[in-house]
Ligand binder design. Structure first.
Ligand code: DGP
Length: 112
């Protein structure tokens, strides 16, 4: 079981900022910006590379959750970045699909 499944099951604590029946959003333990939230599906999906057409609704929910979190945390006007790391070259470290939402500082592009 991944650390994110344990957070979803409330077996370990997290600073939860948003939730609905399908997704959970909580602050990243190692924030890379003043606001750094992770949004995860409650059901186990390892990574974007392993999603299928059957995950279309869930993937849409994750992006709409990112927008909802951004609005709740006052990022809508200043702007924010939404990131999904899928696989080794992207630096994925937790094999449970997650969307990063980063904001409240200017973010460089291209990423490292
Ligand atoms: P990624 O590199 O895309 O797989 O991002 C995984 C993120 O998960 C990383 O930014 C740190 C975060 N993270 C790892 N363990 C925990 C944890 O136990 N709690 C929280 N809140 N975040 C965690």
């Amino acid at each position: 079981m991944t650390i994110f499944e344990k957070i979803i099951r409330r077996e370990i604590p997290a600073d939860i900022v948003w939730e609905d029946e399908d997704v959970l959003a909580f602050r990243d333990v190692n924030p890379q910006a003043p606001v750094h939230v992770l949004i995860v599906p409650k059901r186990v999906v390892p990574r974007l590379a392993e999603t299928t057409e059957a995950d279309q609704a869930l993937l849409g929910k994750l992006l709409l959750a990112a927008r909802a979190v951004a609005e709740k945390l006052d990022l809508a006007t200043s702007g924010y970045r939404v990131v999904i790391n899928s696989g080794p070259d992207a630096g994925e470290t937790v094999p449970h699909l997650h969307v990063h939402v980063l904001g409240k500082r200017p973010l460089a592009w291209p990423p490292g």
